[in-house]
Write a protein of this length. Structure first.
Length: 78
């Protein structure tokens, strides 16, 4: 756990957010509608609830299934 904390500390603009009831409910809705896995649904729900401009990742399937928030694929920029 200490190693993970040290790694994450290297990203000054990174915020780790709690998963509360609102995010959990939105994740359940997204999972039911899109068929995304639990982790991807929680990420997408956090983006919706927190009003993020986009999701940054490298999962093309997630990008296809979840269209409510723009998804920036890292492969498109490398």
């Amino acid at each position: 756990l200490d190693e993970i904390s040290l790694f994450l500390d290297g990203f000054p603009n990174l915020r780790v957010l709690p998963v509360g009831g609102e995010v959990a409910a939105e994740a359940a809705r997204i999972r039911a509608v899109t068929g995304l896995g639990v982790a991807d649904s929680i990420i997408a729900a956090t983006a919706v609830v927190e009003g993020f401009d986009c999701i940054v990742g490298n999962d093309r399937e997630c990008a296809k299934r979840f269209a409510d928030t723009p998804y920036l694929l890292l492969d498109d920029f490398a």
